[in-house]
Ligand binder design. Structure first.
Ligand code: MN
Length: 220
């Protein structure tokens, strides 16, 4: 687990995103799902493991329907503090756009109780490309599987709800407010926008050289 790539992709004098720092939760493992209105609207599932948040971009978002298999593209590890981040990533920065904390909570590997045993099972599942987890969130609950599509190469996984008492066919994405601030994407955009933009524009004039290097390829 490393935050080298996370650090490399970001300019911390421009973006309000948390700095790269390895850190573990004291108690249970955390999970978060961000709704991210970047070049393409998507959701980011983040699972705490070994001091980072393992991260997957889910273009169509999670589903509580066991018949849905949602593509989940593994992206770079994020710092644990990213789980508390909601706001704006300024233009010209990696993943520029609005970020909402869509869901959060704790999670564990299935059939494990004790913390060290839990992390061992999670890491084994990650290695095998078959993670079986129980989410305890506000929107996402119960058993889920993350299954890697190509065992040897590639970053493509599938995120699937397992059949249990929480499974249902309602579209959970209709619950579209921040679980922390109750704001819509639009409200986050207008409320956090102005303040951050003014801070950021000051910084950009100081670092014009680095602005030129910003690549505008699709970012998760
Ligand atoms: Mn993203």
């Amino acid at each position: 687990m490393t935050l080298t790539l996370y650090k490399k992709k970001r300019k911390f004098n421009e973006t309000p995103e948390p700095k790269a720092k390895l850190k573990r939760s004291l108690d249970e493992h955390q999970f978060v799902v961000h709704k991210h209105d970047a070049s393409h609207l998507h959701y980011d599932l983040r699972l705490e493991m070994e001091g980072v948040l393992k991260s997957w971009a889910i273009p169509k978002g999670p589903s509580m329907n066991p018949n849905d298999k949602r593509l989940a593209i593994m992206v770079e590890d994020h710092p644990l503090d990213y789980g508390k981040f909601e706001g704006i990533i300024p233009e010209g920065n990696y993943g520029a756009g609005t970020v909402m904390i869509w869901d959060e909570g704790t999670y564990q590997a299935i059939d494990t109780k004790e913390k060290t045993e839990n992390e061992k099972a999670l890491l084994e599942g990650l290695q095998k490309g078959n993670l079986k987890i129980i989410l305890k969130g506000k929107k996402l609950n119960g058993e889920f599987a993350l299954v890697k599509m190509h065992l040897k190469k590639g970053n493509e996984w599938l995120f699937i709800k397992k059949k249990d008492e929480y499974a249902n066919v309602k579209d959970v994405l209709n619950e579209d407010k921040s679980i922390v601030t109750k704001r819509s994407l639009e409200q986050i955009k207008t409320q956090s926008g102005k303040k951050k933009e003014s801070i950021v524009s000051d910084k950009i004039t100081q670092t014009n050289h680095s602005k030129k290097k910003a690549k505008m390829k699709p970012a998760y």
